[in-house]
Every structure is written in C-alpha cells, then in structure tokens.
Ligand binder design. Structure first.
Ligand SMILES: NC(=O)c1ccc[n+]([C@@H]2O[C@H](COP(=O)([O-])OP(=O)(O)OC[C@H]3O[C@@H](n4cnc5c(N)ncnc54)[C@H](O)[C@@H]3O)[C@@H](O)[C@H]2O)c1
Length: 418
C-alpha cells in the first residue's frame, strides 16, 4: 500500500489519540454503527483532502466502515498530526499522504497521489482537490459522482466555478449546514484559536488588546473567547451589518489602520487576502503578535513583513520574530497559517462530531442522489441537519418540547393570526 507519512512508529500514540477523540463524537459513532451494518458506501473510492487530525481519523474509520475505499492527504501543510497519519496507515490500512511541515511542492505531490486513486467522490477542505481535478486532471471527472466541501473559502471558490459554468460535478456544501458553521466555525475556531495562540506564546490575555479582523462565524467565536479571557477586543470589518453586530455585541469597531496602532495580538479570520499588510506593520507596537485562523496563509502579507524587517529569527517553536529598522519587533505565529491547527490541535472533537457527521451522511446522500444533483453546489438536506442536531442533543442528555396540535395550527394558518 503506497503512502507518504513521517514516521510509522508513531502509530500507537496516534491510535490512542484517535480513540480519545472518538469518545467525544457520539453522533459519528452512531453513524458508524449503522454504516457497518448497511455498507452504504460499498466500493466507493473516496479521495479526502482534510486536516489530518484525530477527528478526521474518526471520520476515516466511519467511511471505511461504510464500505468506502478511502485515501487521505492534508488540506494544509502545517496541520497534519503525524501520529494520526501513522495510525491510519498501520492500524487501518488507509493510505495517507501527509507530513507536518511539508513544503508546497510536496503538498501538491500529495494531492496528486490521492488523485491517482481515481476517486469516485472527493471530500475537500478548501477546494484544492476539486480545483486540481478541473485544471490538471479533467480525465478523472467522468467517474466522479460528487463531492463535499468542508469550509467557507472552499464553498466560495466552488460557487465561482459554478457561476462560470466550469464546475463539472455536484458538491454538497457541508460548511453551510447549520450544524456545521453555527458550531464548528464559531465555538470550534473560537476555542482552538485561543488555544493555539496561548500554546505558541504563553501570552497573558487579561488586560491585553486583541484585534479580531473580520466578524464572520469564526471571528465571532474568537472575539467571544478573547473577551472571556479578559482581553479588550477590537473588531475590524468591511461589511456594515457585521460591523454593527460587533458594535452591539459590545466590541470597539474601527478601521484596521487605527486598530494596528492599538493591538497586542492580531487574529485574521476573513477568508480574504492581505488584510494585514505593510502600512499596518509600520505602525504596530513593539512586541505585537500577528496570526491567522482564517484561510491558508494568504491573510497576512508575509512578503511585506520580510521586506520591512532587518532581522528574522525563530524565537519559539511557532513564533518568528521580525525586527524592524526602528527596533520594533513583530511576532508572526505559525508562518501565517491556521494557528489553531499549527500550534494547537484544531477543533475539539465534540464540535467536529457534528461537522463530520455531516460529511459522512452527505457521502451517503451523494451515493443515493448524486446523479440527480447536477453540476452545482448543493445544500445539505434539511433532514440531515435536523437529524444531526437531534442526535447531538440526545447525546448531551437533553430533550426539547414538541409543538402541540393547537400550536401547529396557529403557526401554519393565516386566519388565526390575531
Ligand atoms: N481555523 C479554522 O479551523 C477554520 C474553521 C472554519 C473556517 N475557517 C476559515 O475561516 C475563514 C472565515 O470563515 P467564516 O465562516 O467566519 O466566514 P464568514 O464569511 O462568515 O466571515 C468572513 C468575514 O470577513 C469579513 N472580511 C472580508 N474581508 C475583510 C477585510 N479586508 N477586513 C475585515 N473583514 C473582512 C467579511 O465581511 C465577513 O464578515 C474562511 O477562510 C474559512 O474557510 C477556518
């Protein structure tokens, strides 16, 4: 079995860590039990390009239990957990092509390796598989029944392919399920981003000024958790509605040029490029910490930082200190890549339980419905979303009320309105 991982001897450690994650993924566990019996993915070759973390390990177990023939590569060069990669290869015979810290060429070689598997289904986090297939390996398309997309940026890229009429097979936008972005993007990114910043720096948040760039789902979570740790939070936005929401949530809102002078820590969560750049670095305080938890490594203009600095040194494992001509130091975390995955462990398992339950059920949906979905970005069916929410609530030991007949009638008839 071909694979490319760092060190197979890490497998036992990885297995223990995947088992630990699995404990907190009761929804995915229940799907796996059903998949084991029903084999809804029997014979389906799946290529997955996801962050190779413990939770992804549990998803891979689930797909395999459903009968899928699955291969995995990383969706980010810094997010791979090498012990998880080893465990999937050694204990589960799942080919993995991912090494933490791989360079850009290796990253794309690994994407090529999973595509050599001739997938019938793709599972993306950022649309790199779909884009590579469409631009470099179009011959694979005829055998592909559909795919899924995990994150906001990927869905944006896919929608632009659909609008340009170049998308050649259906993709289910897992990101847009309510049980995904309401929870994963907000609570998952919120907690794990603060975890990554703290592990990388051991910086005291209380009393500091944290600048959150963007106020989308991920940024709301980060702002909320930074405030919980005692930071003064400034939000910057380009969307007036989101900015207004941030203001009414109690944060200070101002342009990034102004915030750049005030912040101790900067976190970008926009999916956009170069939201922090040269003019901002020029006015930052000595010791400013800059990191990204949004998209890939494009949000911070690292070339500008390289140009402006007279010295660069790695001062801690995930911290590059850039010294400016006037002796100010600016610290870049995790080379500008997602800090929650680079320096911490990504989202906690309990929240990934819902995201990956969507992935597993949407894989089944594609097998059942793929032929009818068209060459489009399609939503996760409402029934899947509601089923996941109900299962998660039940796993938390919570029950909710049901509408009475009288209430159902009241809510569905216009004549009873007043
Ligand atoms: N770190 C992670 O583990 C993780 C998890 C989920 C999503 N993501 C990624 O995080 C990014 C954000 O996702 P989201 O779901 O919050 O998206 P979103 O669309 O809800 O929010 C993005 C926000 O950024 C704002 N924005 C865009 N350009 C800006 C600029 N120049 N300055 C200030 N604000 C700007 C937009 O107006 C929007 O409100 C995406 O790239 C997504 O793929 C990361």
């Amino acid at each position: 079995m071909k694979h490319d991982i760092k060190d197979i001897s890490l497998a036992p450690k990885g297995e223990l860590r995947i088992e630990w994650a699995e404990q907190f993924m009761p929804v995915l566990r229940s799907i796996r039990e059903r998949f084991e019996k029903e084999k809804p993915l029997k014979g389906i070759r799946v290529a997955a390009c996801l962050h190779v973390t413990t939770e992804t390990g549990v998803l891979m177990w689930t797909l395999k239990a459903g009968g899928a023939d699955v291969v995995v590569c990383a969706s980010n060069p810094l997010s791979t957990q090498d012990d998880v990669a080893a465990s999937l290869v050694e204990h589960h015979q799942i080919p993995v092509f991912a090494i933490k810290g791989e360079d850009n060429d290796t990253y794309y070689e690994h994407i090529g390796a999973v595509l050599d598997h001739e997938p019938m289904m793709t599972m993306d986090d950022g649309a790199d598989l779909v884009c590579t297939i469409h631009s470099e390996r179009p011959g694979l398309i005829e055998n592909i029944i559909g795919g899924t997309e995990e994150t906001t940026t990927g869905v944006i890229r896919l929608r632009s392919m659909e609008a340009g009429e170049v998308l050649m097979y259906p993709i289910v936008a897992v990101n847009d399920a309510d049980t995904k972005h309401f929870f994963d993007n907000r609570y998952g990114t919120g907690q794990s981003t603060m975890d990554g910043i703290i592990r990388a720096t051991n910086f005291l948040l209380a009393g500091s000024t944290v600048v959150v760039v963007g106020y989308g789902w991920c940024a709301r979570g980060v702002a909320m958790r930074a405030r919980g740790l005692g930071a003064n939070v400034i939000v910057t936005e380009i969307n007036p509605l989101r900015a207004l929401e941030a203001a009414m949530d109690g944060y200070r809102v101002m342009p990034i040029m102004e915030a750049a002078k005030q912040g101790n820590i900067f976190v970008t969560l926009t999916g956009d490029m170069h939201v922090i750049g040269e003019e901002h670095f020029k006015v930052m305080k000595d010791g400013a910490i800059v990191c990204n938890s949004g998209h890939f490594n494009v949000e911070i203009d690292i070339d500008a930082l390289e140009r402006l600095s007279v010295n660069k040194r790695r001062v801690r494992e995930y911290v590059d200190e850039y010294t400016m001509e006037d002796d100010r130091r600016i610290n870049l975390l995790g080379e500008g890549r997602l800090i929650n995955l680079a320096a911490a462990e990504g989202h906690p398992a309990s929240v990934m339980d819902m995201s990956f339950a969507n992935q597993a059920l949407c894989a089944e949906y594609i097998v059942q419905q793929g032929a009818e979905l068209g060459k489009k970005v399609v939503p996760v069916p409402r029934e899947i979303d509601e089923q996941i929410a109900s299962l998660k609530l039940a796993s938390m030991g919570m029950e909710i009320d049901e509408l009475t007949d009288e209430q159902k009638k009241y809510l569905s008839e216009w004549t009873m309105g007043t």
